[in-house]
Design a protein around this ligand. Structure first.
Ligand code: PMP
Length: 350
């Protein structure tokens, strides 16, 4: 029988989250459980049917203009995609040739090695340092064409200090991708305005987390015009649909205060849960700056997650993370829902 798929494709994992039986509080995906931004929702309800019958702009012009204005950069320095996933994928394809390497922390965002392999690149995982920080020297030592840095890092929540990011940018031989999917929760981290002047730096943001629009599928990247132009070429046209272009632009224009308030509450509850956990036996909270807590656990994380599930709560279990072991990642929500997580802390780690 002749082969259908390209050689090796079946060895690249597909992203297939399991539906969770009996869960009414799903905290696995770090999405915004406060809801969708109010003005964006109103724009969605009021949408003109022409947004559906006509093609959208090729590259989400409305959103790009709005973002460029709000950041004080040029429209040619911003690119949007079908989630930031799309832009990781497009960027990898745009700047690296088959066989090139992509260095990333291990653990970091699980789709990075997948997108690397899908684009015929070689992912190189670099273990975190003993203190949980991303190992910049280790990344540089790979000599990779692409240095992918996630800050705050998913799943650990750790932020890479500005001086370390600058060193990575200065010494990297190729392109540095800074994934700021969770940066709205860590305002000390923002490379968007500096990126266009740095030529080889591509900064990624998403509307899926703080902005509460994961289902809309919109992300964007900021960088120098030449880099952005190459990502646009490799991404292809019409990746942001007309509703997404309009609704995300309205969110940026009118829902910023709403988003900031959600981010403030998120940080407060994250730190409150970590305070509850600190000092208990068998569990250690990391200093997460994302919209999730990350708890290193002594017991089997899958079994612990099952105990949460038995109480209707979905949490992400990690088994045998490199240099860490087992861990749980739990997204934030309004406090009246998180009290259920607080009860679980008492139950599992008394
Ligand atoms: N980067 C990181 C670090 C993420 O955690 C995620 C989503 N989990 C993404 C990118 C992709 O986000 P989206 O495609 O929804 O914009």
């Amino acid at each position: 029988m002749s082969r259908i798929a390209r050689a090796g494709l079946d060895r690249i994992p597909t992203y297939a989250p399991q539906p969770l039986d009996g869960v009414d509080l799903d905290l696995r995906d770090n999405v915004n459980l406060w809801g969708a931004p109010p003005h964006a929702m109103a724009a969605l309800r009021a949408a003109d049917p022409l947004l559906l019958t006509q093609y959208p702009s090729v590259g989400a012009t409305r959103l790009i203009d709005t973002l460029a204005t709000s950041l004080g950069v040029r429209a040619s320095e911003v690119v949007a995609g079908c989630g930031s996933d799309d832009l990781i994928d497009a960027c990898f394809r745009a700047v690296a040739s088959p066989g090139d390497r992509v260095a990333h922390a291990d653990p970091s965002f699980s789709m990075v090695p997948v997108f690397a392999r899908l684009n015929h690149l070689e992912p190189v995982g670099v273990p975190l340092l003993q203190n949980g920080a991303t190992d910049i020297d280790g990344m540089l030592a790979t000599g990779a064409r692409i240095m992918y840095l996630c800050s705050p890092n998913n799943p650990t929540g750790t932020v890479t200090p500005a001086s370390e990011v600058r060193r990575l940018i200065r010494e990297a031989p190729g392109i540095v991708v800074i994934d700021e999917a969770y940066a709205e929760f860590a305002p000390e981290t923002d490379w968007r305005v500096e990126a266009p002047a740095m030529e080889r730096v591509f900064v990624l943001r998403t509307f899926s987390k703080a902005w509460g629009l994961a289902g809309l599928r919109v992300g964007y990247g900021v960088g120098a015009s030449a880099l952005v132009e190459s990502v646009i070429r490799s991404r292809g046209p019409y990746k942001v649909n007309a509703l997404a272009d309009r609704v995300a632009a309205v969110a940026v224009e009118q829902d910023s205060a709403w988003m900031q308030q959600v981010a403030r509450e998120t940080r407060e509850y994250r730190d409150r849960l970590n305070t509850l956990v600190r000092g208990r036996v068998g569990i250690r909270p990391w200093d997460s700056r994302g919209n999730f807590v990350f708890w290193e656990v002594a017991d089997d994380a899958t079994q612990l997650a099952a105990r949460f599930q038995a109480r209707g709560i979905g949490v992400r279990a990690f088994r045998g993370l490199r240099g860490i072991g087992d861990a749980l990642r739990i997204g934030m929500a309004p406090w009246d829902q998180l009290t259920r997580v607080a009860s679980m802390i008492e139950e599992l780690w008394p």
